[in-house]
Design a protein around this ligand. Structure first.
Ligand SMILES: [Zn+2]
Length: 91
């Protein structure tokens, strides 16, 4: 299985420095769709943390953009993402 990488900015929770993290599109799409665990990493503090609600939404947006620029790849979970990206945080 090919692993197409998506570059997205993440912010270190310790020092607020921004990093470009490369994540495999397929596994991120799956984790978003199934409410699974998404691990983010900041090299400055060697910090690993779980993506927050907001970060998950951002990931979803980046995925959507990446998906648009790669029409060959179909990520069907995007429909369910839009419907229920983060049930607790909104409204
Ligand atoms: Zn840091």
């Amino acid at each position: 299985m090919e692993d197409t990488l998506l570059r997205m900015p993440v912010m270190c929770p310790e020092c607020a420095r921004e990093w470009l993290m490369e994540v495999p599109i397929a596994s991120i799409a799956e984790a978003l769709a199934s409410n699974g665990y998404i691990r983010l990493y900041a090299p400055c503090h060697d910090k690993v943390w779980e993506a927050s609600c907001l970060e998950r939404e951002q990931l979803g947006e980046y995925l959507e953009v990446a998906n648009l620029s790669r029409s060959a790849r179909k990520i069907k979970v995007l429909g369910s993402l839009a419907a229920d990206p983060c049930p607790r945080a909104t409204r």
